[in-house]
Write a protein that binds this ligand. Structure first.
Ligand code: ADP
Ligand code: ASP
Ligand code: MG
Length: 404
């Protein structure tokens, strides 16, 4: 008998009918003799709707209360799924994150899992139950509810699979695997049979929301092989695992775009030691994550510093930089919202020259101006105009030979 952890995302449980279909699929697995732990997300757009409700009350909600609010979405789904399984004659019990014993740090809205106790789940499985777990939530040392960041149900599932040493971890979503690009943006995207932890982590951090970044980190650390597949069909999906050999020897295996990017520039700061330190230490103190940075060549002893942040951090970054700009006697701060990041990813680019040239040539051919460039060993990113990002994604997908 195998122990299987399955996770069903928001679109897979968006309506009572879909929930019933998920219950049918879970029951079928159970009848095959497997032990099942099923993680579910909130139904459809529930989390966004809860965020919107809070916004109608305040612009500055307490993070603790936000977690109290947001975690309710998952609680609805687990109870309904348990009921749907009862209707099918299955024994099932629903558990919240705290009932399971998912202990996190106390960073509300972005909490990290510190420890999972598997006792309750094991006891429920031993009693013959299918165990339904609320995704995206845990509990800190003060017994306060925390949430794990958007898309956090993926992390609940992978972390549980690791803690329970499950035989498999299946992530059911509305696409049948990890593609070479977001299939909604690039219709010619191809499904990948395998992808390495490092490559999907890079894709996730660059905007591909199919798996939450932290869930894959957990998978890598605990050696959990993750099967991403669709809850709407039976196609084989994509296996995320350690890949020793390069993916088809292609330098680029995927294209990702991120529209949740804002660019800030501080104009005419003195060109002398310690200036960048003052800017970025002030941002660090306010926990603003900075992504790409460039500084222009100095003119008359002055230079401009530009950097990008996640859209969620834009307002905080603007406030911090406004203060620093005054101290440095800068001539102004510009915030540019209509930008996006387009990236190509592949472990193979380390050993193959010409990837940057192909990328820049492709963008030039399409009249797309590059505002900023950032590279790591396995990715190249460019900041471009947001309204050109779709064209850029499709063109890069073609030029790197990824089209289906
Ligand atoms: P769930 O609610 O099941 O967690 P998400 O909406 O979080 O689902 O993630 C699935 C979506 O991720 C897909 O609908 C797809 O548009 C998007 N996506 C972005 N990049 C990729 C990619 N490279 N491969 C597959 N899907 C992707
Ligand atoms: N419901 C949460 C969200 O929308 C968590 C998840 O779906 O994974 O972000
Ligand atoms: Mg998701």
């Amino acid at each position: 008998m195998a122990l299987i952890v399955q996770k069903y995302g928001g679109s897979s449980v968006a309506t009572p009918e879909r929930l019933k279909r998920v219950a049918g699929r879970v029951a079928e697995n159970r009848r095959q003799g497997n032990d099942l732990v099923v993680v579910v997300s909130a139904m459809g757009d529930t989390t966004d709707e809860l965020l919107d409700l809070a916004r109608q009350i305040t612009n500055r909600p307490s993070a603790r209360e936000m977690d109290m609010l947001l975690s309710t979405g998952e609680q609805v789904s687990i109870a309904l799924l348990a009921m749907a399984l009862h209707e099918l004659g299955q024994k099932a019990v629903s558990l919240t994150g705290s009932q399971v014993g998912i202990l996190t740090d106390d960073v509300h809205r972005k909490a990290r899992i510190a420890q999972i106790s598997s006792d309750r789940i094991r006891a429920e499985l031993a009693a013959g139950n299918i165990v339904i777990v609320a995704g995206f939530q845990g509990m800190d040392q003060n017994n306060d509810i925390t949430t794990l960041g958007r898309g956090g149900s993926d992390t609940t599932a992978v972390a549980l699979a690791g803690a329970l040493e499950a035989d498999s971890c299946e992530i059911y979503t509305d696409v049948d695997g990890v593609y070479t690009a977001d299939p909604r943006v690039v219709p010619k995207a191809r499904k990948l049979e395998f992808i390495s932890y490092d490559e999907i982590m890079e894709m996730a951090s660059l905007g591909a929301q199919v798996m939450q970044l932290r869930s894959v980190e957990h998978g890598k650390v605990h050696g959990v092989e993750i099967h991403v597949r669709s809850s709407f069909n039976r196609n084989p999906g994509t296996i995320i695992r350690e890949v020793k050999e390069m993916n088809n020897h292609r330098p680029v295996i995927g294209v990702a775009q991120d529209l949740q990017t804002a660019k800030l520039s501080i104009l005419d700061v003195p060109d002398q030691p310690g200036i960048a330190y003052q800017v970025f230490s002030a941002l660090a103190k306010e926990a603003v994550n900075v992504d790409m940075i460039i500084q222009t060549a100095p003119r008359n002893g002055k230079a401009d510093i530009s950097f990008t942040v996640h859209e969620d951090d834009r307002e905080r970054a603007q406030a911090v930089v406004g203060e620093v700009a005054k101290k440095l006697d800068a001539s102004g701060v510009i915030c540019n919202e209509g930008v996006a990041k387009i990236s190509v990813v592949g472990a193979g680019m380390t050993s193959q020259p010409g990837v940057a040239a192909t990328m820049f040539g492709c963008l030039a051919k399409h009249g797309i101006n590059i505002d900023m460039i950032g590279c790591s060993e396995i990715k190249i990113s460019c900041i471009i105009r947001a309204d050109q990002v779709k064209e850029a994604a499709q063109a890069l997908h073609t030029d790197f030979g990824l089209d289906a």
